[in-house]
Design a protein. Structure first.
Length: 84
């Protein structure tokens, strides 16, 4: 196993999907997984950005999350039509 602290980061190769963390219906973390290139070797790292967001940024992020959930639900869950 290579010790990442012994390597010098050169760039961020990619930022992958976010992982929302919830507790009692409230968002408590927003983990970002990224690949950091160390010369010829890339290693994945994870960082929680939620504590670094302002209250407004957290509110905006939650609004985007809710929009995504709404759109995915509308797209993939069948619509149930009521018989009249």
């Amino acid at each position: 196993m290579i010790n990442p602290k012994a390597l010098i980061p050169q760039n961020i190769a990619s930022v992958n999907p976010l992982e929302w963390q919830w507790k009692d219906g409230e968002c408590v973390g927003l983990m970002v997984t990224c690949e950091v290139n160390y010369g010829e070797r890339g290693l994945q790292h994870q960082v929680d950005i939620w504590p670094d967001l302002t209250k407004k940024e957290q509110k905006d992020a939650l609004a985007i999350y809710r929009l995504i959930v709404e759109k995915v639900t509308e797209t993939f869950l069948p619509k149930i039509e009521e018989d009249t």
